[in-house]
Design a protein around this ligand. Structure first.
Ligand code: DON
Length: 560
C-alpha cells in the first residue's frame, strides 16, 4: 500500500511539472540561473563577452531590479557567497541596516503591543538599502569588465522597456489595490485603462535615470545627491526615520563564510547577520548521524527526522543569532559536530513537542519576497546571490522621482521578544532593534565543494522557509543521488519549531505518510509553496555545468 501511494505521488509530480522535469540545462563554459529569463540572458551575454561570474552577478543583480521588481531591487538588500577559481571563498553582506534614529520599542504601541503595520508598511518599515553598495563593492574587488558595461543592460531594459510575461502582468494586477495607495507606485505598476496584459511594453523612465546616476557616479549615485535626498525627504514627510547620515554611513561588508562538512562535501554559506549558513550546517550535522536509503525518500521516518532536527535548529536561531557587529553569536558552538551529536541523541521514534524544546543554554559573553540567482563561469568562479525587499514588492512604496520600490525589511527584527514577525519567527535580544544594526535573515546562499572543486551552487526565497528548502535540495542531491532538476522539483516540507506545525506542499504528503506522522506525534499544518530554488551543479566526470530553475517560479537556466 505504501509503495503504491509513493508510486502515485511520483506519477502526480511528473504530471504536475510536465515541462520542467528533466529539463535541466547543460553547458560547458558557464551558467546563469535566475528567477526571470531576461536577467538570465543578461548574465550569459556578460559571460560571453569574457566577463567573469562576478561581472555576470552584478549585471544580473541590476537587471532583476528592472525585470523582477517583486524582489529584484535597488531599495533592498541581500547576501552572496562567492567562490573564486584561485580557491578563495568569501561572503558579501549587503543587508539593510536600521536607520540611526531607530530604537528598540519603535514598533510597539502605547500599551506595549507589537504593531506590525509599522514594521511592514509605509516608510517606517524600511531599512537603509544595501544592494547598490554591495554590487559596486563586489565589482570593485573582483570584477573584470568595466562597471558601465554591466549596468547598461538594466538601463536599456528600464528606458526602452520589455514585454511583460503573463505571470508578471498578473502579479502587477493582483497587487493593484496595494499600489493604488502610493501615487508613485500607482503610476508605474497599475494601468489607467484596466489590467496589464501579456506582451505589454513596460517602461520605467525614472528607474532608468537612477540607474544612469549609478553608472556615472558609482555608489555615490545612490547614497548621496538626488536619489538619497529623495529617500530622506519622502521618508521624513511620511513618518519614516531616514537621515542623510544613514546613507553616507551605509557600507556592505565582506565576511568570512560559515563552513561545514557533510558526508565529505564542504558547505560554504552565509554567516550572520543571516542565520542561513549556521542553520543549514547545524541541520546537516544533526542529520549526518542518521542514514537514509534511496527508498526512504518521502517516508514518514525520513520526514520525522527532518522535523525533529529542525525544531532544535530553529529554537537556537530564535535566541542565539543576530547581527555579529552588535551581538556575540556562538557560531562555532552551533555548528560543531559535538553539539549536533548531542541533539541527534535526543531524536527518537516519537516527536518531541516544540513546547518541550528550548534554545540551548550556551554560556557566552553578552557584550519575507526574495529571490535567488546562481552564476558560474568557465574559469570556475561562482556566485550564489539572494536579494530581497522582504515582502513581495517590499512596502510597495516607490521613491517618487527615482522609480524604485523600498524594502520592509525592518520586520525581520524581533520587535518584541517572543512575538512572531510575518514569517512566524520569534526572536530575542540577539535580534533586537538598535541604530545601524542589521536585522536577522534566513537567507541561505550556498556553494558546496567536493575536493576543492565546485559541486553545487544554490539558494532560495521563502523567508523562514529558505533554510528548509535549501536543506532538502542538498539532501536530495547528496543523500538520495537525484539529478538536479528532480532534486529541485520534488515536494518539500517545513517545520520551524514554533508554531509546532508541519507545513507541506500540494501532493507532498500522501495519506499513509500523513497518518504515520500523526501517529508519531506530529501536528499537520497547512499546504503552501516552499521556496523557489535556482541551482547549478558541476559534473566533474563530464566536465559540464548543469542548471535547474525551480518550476514553482518562472525562472530559467541558461548556459553557453
Ligand atoms: O531575510 C529574510 O530572511 C527575509 N526578509 C526574506 C524574505 C523572503 O524570502 C520572502 N520571500 N518569499
Amino acid at each position: 500500500m505504501r509503495a503504491f501511494s509513493r508510486l502515485l505521488l511520483f506519477i502526480i509530480i511528473f504530471i504536475y511539472f510536465p515541462v520542467q522535469t528533466g529539463a535541466q540545462e547543460y553547458a560547458k563554459n558557464g551558467m546563469v540561473v535566475a528567477p526571470e529569463p531576461i536577467a538570465s540572458q543578461v548574465g550569459i551575454e556578460i559571460l560571453k563577452k569574457d566577463g567573469n561570474a562576478i561581472d555576470a552577478a552584478v549585471a544580473v543583480g541590476f537587471a532583476l531590479a528592472v525585470t523582477y521588481p517583486t524582489a529584484g531591487n535597488l531599495g533592498g538588500g541581500g547576501f552572496m557567497v562567492i567562490h573564486l577559481a584561485d580557491g578563495t571563498d568569501v561572503s558579501l553582506d549587503f543587508r539593510e541596516r536600521a536607520p540611526l534614529n531607530a530604537f528598540k520599542e519603535m514598533y510597539l504601541d502605547e500599551d506595549g503591543s507589537f504593531n506590525s503595520d509599522l514594521s511592514l508598511s509605509g516608510w517606517t518599515a524600511s531599512g537603509v538599502p544595501g544592494t547598490v553598495d554591495g554590487l559596486v563593492k563586489l565589482h570593485n574587488r573582483y570584477g573584470k569588465l568595466p562597471f558601465n558595461e554591466l549596468i547598461q543592460p538594466a538601463i536599456d531594459l528600464a528606458a526602452k522597456g520589455f514585454n511583460l510575461p503573463f505571470w508578471q502582468a498578473e502579479s502587477f494586477n493582483s497587487n493593484r489595490d496595494e499600489f493604488f495607495k502610493n501615487d508613485a507606485a500607482k503610476l508605474i505598476f497599475t494601468k489607467e485603462t484596466g489590467e496589464f496584459k501579456i506582451g505589454d511594453l513596460f517602461i520605467q523612465t525614472d528607474l532608468a535615470k537612477t540607474l544612469k546616476l549609478i553608472q556615472q557616479n558609482g555608489r555615490e549615485g545612490f547614497y548621496s545627491g538626488r536619489v538619497a535626498e529623495l529617500m530622506v525627504l519622502q521618508s521624513q514627510k511620511n513618518g519614516g526615520y531616514f537621515t542623510k547620515e544613514d546613507f553616507e554611513n551605509y557600507e556592505s561588508v565582506f565576511r568570512e563564510p560559515v563552513r561545514g562538512n557533510y558526508r565529505g562535501f564542504e558547505i560554504v554559506s552565509m554567516p550572520p547577520p543571516s542565520s542561513g549558513g549556521i542553520c543549514l550546517v547545524q541541520s546537516l550535522n544533526i542529520l549526518e548521524n542518521f542514514n537514509f536509503s534511496k527508498e526512504e525518500w518521502g517516508s514518514s521516518d525520513y520526514i520525522h527526522h527532518l522535523i525533529e532536527a529542525l525544531k532544535y535548529v530553529y529554537a537556537d536561531r530564535s535566541k542565539h543569532i543576530g547581527d555579529p557587529d552588535y551581538y556575540n553569536v556562538p557560531t562555532d558552538y552551533l555548528i560543531s559536530k559535538e553539539y549536533a551529536n548531542e541533539i541527534s541523541q535526543k531524536i527518537g521514534e516519537h516527536a518531541v513537542r516544540s513546547s518541550e524544546i528550548s534554545p540551548s543554554q550556551i554560556l557566552i559573553d553578552e557584550s519575507e519576497e526574495t529571490t535567488h540567482y546562481s552564476v558560474v563561469d568557465r574559469w570556475g568562479n561562482a556566485v550564489s546571490a539572494t536579494v530581497t525587499l522582504n515582502s513581495s514588492y517590499g512596502n510597495k512604496i516607490v521613491v517618487d522621482g527615482a522609480g524604485f520600490l523600498m524594502n520592509n525589511e525592518m520586520d525581520d527584527f524581533s520587535a518584541k521578544p517572543g512575538t512572531p514577525n510575518q514569517f512566524g519567527l520569534i526572536g530575542s535580544e540577539a535580534n533586537s532593534i538598535a541604530p545601524g544594526k542589521r536585522m536577522l535573515s534566513s537567507i541561505t546562499p550556498v556553494i558546496i565543494k567536493k575536493n576543492d572543486e565546485i559541486f553545487l551552487i544554490l539558494g532560495s526565497p521563502g523567508g523562514s522557509k529558505i533554510i528548509t528548502s535549501v536543506l532538502q535540495v542538498v539532501l536530495n542531491v547528496i543523500d538520495f543521488k537525484m539529478n538536479l532538476q528532480t532534486a529541485v522539483n520534488l515536494p518539500r516540507i517545513h517545520h520551524q519549531w514554533l508554531p509546532d506545525s508541519l507545513y507541506s506542499e500540494e501532493f507532498g504528503l500522501p495519506e499513509d505518510v500523513k497518518t504515520e506522522l500523526i501517529q508519531k506525534g506530529h501536528f499537520i499544518g497547512s499546504e503552501t509553496v516552499l521556496g523557489r530554488i535556482q541551482a547549478i551543479m558541476y559534473n566533474n566526470k563530464k566536465n559540464i555545468y548543469v542548471g535547474a530553475s525551480d518550476p514553482r517560479g518562472f525562472g530559467k537556466a541558461i548556459g553557453y
